[in-house]
Ligand binder design. Structure first.
Ligand code: 13P
Ligand code: SF4
Length: 346
């Protein structure tokens, strides 16, 4: 335990030394030890929206690679964005290789079917650039419904990627008929099914949110009959259907904040966030229980020790910033700014 305090004290000193030149951002799935040092915390949308207002030269991003990459894309040219572990990826983002997406879109367009690509923010810059080039946009779990509506204002058929679960869940919100949805077999495109569909889904998912099963829900309902169950929309649609509500990490935080003293809520999302909510609301008499202990191994790669090392390296001028391919900036920005501009509208 003592070593953790050593890191905490050292990070506090280094933050003081860097002063206004430094901002530490962090996603809600980060461990408490890391969250304790974060200046700005948020869900994926909030974190992307915050970048514009940051003047600090050094932005340390405690999260996964696609988030730091989006921050780099949206930051000013003189700013540097650092990810304490460059290997902190996102298993879902890896399920859509850019070259495969390009091939699939090109084949569907060549077949004569117009599609509007809508990419979940959990994708690489290369994927966002392809989406931007084809007139599409990005969305996050907080604005997926609004962005799917936007996509349908651009064309009759939307290709939602890479999360088929989030795609199905927002499809349900807009009442897209089940028989108008088709999960692509990306290696072997079925054009009859594609022609019939108005919502094409990429066959990706978040393995962490796929852990949740109907059995987990049934057991919790039995053990806590008066409790409400809330889940993240990356969970499969049958889990969302059996829950009392679904939404982004900030939605889940809100639910816990609004829960009345004496109540119990069960939350189905990454366990770091659920355990933090349990601690934060215990004294108010609110019991928060994880639907299941699902941990994101990539979010967990960012540790207090690595954050400390990153700050030391920034001061020593040897920290390696996140870089992006210049040829992707224009199209990548198009897809992100379409979302930020559309969502800024009331
Ligand atoms: P949020 O946008 O809800 O914060 O989710 C990000 C994420 O990676 C969930 O798995
Ligand atoms: Fe990616 Fe899932 Fe981890 Fe979120 S929880 S970063 S979607 S692997």
């Amino acid at each position: 335990m003592q070593s953790l305090n050593v890191y905490a004290n050292k990070i506090a000193e280094l933050k003081k030394e860097l002063g206004s030149k430094l901002v530490i951002m962090g996603h809600h799935y980060q461990h408490d030890d890391v969250v304790a040092h974060v200046d700005m915390a948020g869900d994926s949308l909030q974190l992307a929206q915050m970048i514009d207002g940051i003047e600090a030269e050094h932005i340390v991003f405690c999260g996964v690679h696609f988030m730091a990459e989006s921050a780099r894309l949206l930051a000013k040219p003189n700013q540097k964005v650092y990810l304490p572990d460059h290997g902190a990826s996102c298993l879902m983002a890896e399920m859509v290789p850019a070259t495969l997406l390009d091939t699939v879109i090109t084949k569907i367009l060549a077949h004569g079917k117009k599609i509007v690509p809508l990419a979940y923010v959990n994708t690489s810059l290369a994927v966002k650039a392809i989406v931007g080039k084809h007139g599409g946009a990005v969305c996050t779990s907080s604005n997926a419904k609004k962005m799917l509506e936007w996509a349908y204002s651009q064309g009759d058929c939307v290709l939602f990627l890479p999360d088929r679960n989030l795609g199905n869940n927002v499809g349900n919100m807009l009442n897209v008929p089940q028989d108008k949805r088709y999960t692509l077999d990306v290696e072997n495109l079925d054009f009859t099914a594609i022609d019939n569909a108005s919502l094409l889904l990429w066959p990706g998912c978040c393995p962490i949110h796929e852990y949740f099963t109907l059995d987990h829900i049934a057991k919790m309902r039995e053990a806590y009959p008066n409790a409400k169950i809330y889940v993240h929309p990356e969970c499969p649609q049958e889990i969302v259907a059996k829950s009392d509500g679904a939404g982004s990490t900030s939605f889940l935080i809100n639910v816990a904040e609004k829960a009345e003293a004496g109540s119990t809520i069960i939350i189905g999302t990454e366990v770091n966030l659920v355990q933090r909510l349990a601690k934060q609301h215990k004294d108010r008499g609110v019991t928060v229980i994880p639907l299941f202990n699902a941990q994101c191994p990539d979010m967990a790669k960012i540790t207090e020790a690595l954050l400390c090392k990153t700050l030391e390296d920034i001061i020593a001028n040897k920290a390696i910033p996140v870089t992006i391919d210049n040829t992707m900036i224009e199209d990548g920005k198009k897809s992100l700014t379409r979302m930020l501009e559309h969502c800024a509208k009331k």
